[in-house]
Ligand binder design. Structure first.
Ligand SMILES: [Fe+2]
Length: 351
């Protein structure tokens, strides 16, 4: 009869054996832990308040120039993660560009998004396309696209940066290149990606459909997103877990904005308290406007306008709008990575 074997060895002999293995750079798997029964993130739920972040961004702008700093960026780092990132695979940073300043052109294999918090009318150039930046707008600078930023206004431009750098670093797939000039030449047309791809269901027929896996639309204005959310909210539509939530999609494929990062915007009605669920993806949130709190893995994260908070993977979370106006939340997750690798799951609490 076949059965599991029951060999018992003296502890001393085992330790000698393990010591020998260690010297040979070999590890016995039976004493070194494997996959848990479910994901347990090292990251913890955490909120960064705008009232703390903004003065420090302004201080950074006084102390450090954009000659010294390739990008004047404050990284929000999760208290329990070794690296300086808000979540396991995705950073959430605050970047500030002062009046008259540029952040010179470069490109990298990590994908990036910009969500504008403050300032009206500075711009980002992506592969020669000039994209104006207004509060609440989402701007993409996808994988390996040239990008530089400029502030030609008389007020600071501040935005949230989201990048997949921790993931790309873990995969040892990072490339970076400096552009030959400080800034890219700006091509023709005003906001060309929005002109070509910013109307749902229509694309320029004189050009072949773009084949890049990232979205050819690089500018998603808040005005369009807000109008869509308000129309659906007025009809009582939405999810019990997230209220009226919409994904910023690649208009050609219907898929996520970028292969590694999915972006969402959601509206929570005054008094709305969503049901708890959890997903195999980490999520960073930015409060566009509104006030309330989220219960995340047993912690209460109080938030108001412009705060940033993080929900680690496989952590139950529910949102509560305690204000008297609709709350708008922007969020970005690594769900596309999980889905591409068949690792994605979601679960409602109590199910
Ligand atoms: Fe960059």
């Amino acid at each position: 009869m076949l059965q599991r074997s029951n060999i018992v060895s003296p502890e001393e002999e085992l330790q000698d054996f393990y010591e020998e293995l260690r010297a040979q750079h070999v590890t016995p798997a039976w004493i070194s832990g494997g996959v848990g029964v479910e994901p347990k993130s090292k990251a913890v739920p955490y909120v960064w308040h705008w009232r703390d972040l903004r003065p420090q961004a302004m201080r950074a702008a006084q102390l450090v120039g954009t000659e010294q700093a390739e990008r004047r960026v404050l990284r929000l780092h999760n208290p329990e993660l070794a690296g300086s990132s808000a979540s396991n695979t995705l950073v959430a940073n605050i970047q500030i560009v002062m009046p008259g300043e540029i952040a010179r052109a470069h490109r990298h294999s990590p994908s990036a998004l910009r969500f504008i918090i403050e300032g009206r009318g500075g711009y980002t150039v992506v592969n020669g396309a000039r994209i104006p930046m207004f509060p609440g707008d989402l701007v993409l600078t996808p994988n390996w696209t040239w990008h530089d930023h400029a502030n030609d206004t008389d007020a600071p431009m501040i935005w949230l940066d989201g990048l997949d750098t921790p993931l790309v670093r873990m995969l040892e797939a990072g490339f970076y290149e400096q552009y030959g000039e400080e800034a890219q030449p700006v091509g023709e047309g005003s906001d060309p990606s929005l002109m070509k791809y910013g109307v749902g269901g229509l694309r320029p027929a004189w050009e072949p459909a773009p084949t890049a896996r990232y979205s050819p639309l690089w500018h998603y204005p808040l005005s369009q997103a807000r109008a869509a959310l308000e129309r659906l909210a007025a009809e009582g539509a939405g999810s019990p877990f997230d209220g009226v939530i919409m994904e910023y999609t690649n208009p050609v494929t219907g898929g996520p904005a970028m292969p590694t990062i999915a972006c969402y915007i959601q509206l929570l009605q005054p008094g709305e308290h969503t049901q708890a669920h959890r997903q195999v993806c980490c999520t960073n949130y930015h409060v566009i406007e509104g006030s309330g709190y989220s219960l995340v893995g047993g912690r209460q994260l109080d938030w108001e306008d412009k705060d940033v908070f993080t929900v680690p993977t496989w952590t139950f979370h529910e949102h509560v709008n305690t204000g008297d106006r609709p709350a708008l939340l922007f969020s970005f997750t690594d769900a596309p990575v999980m889905k591409a690798l068949d690792l994605y799951r979601e679960e409602a609490k109590g199910k």
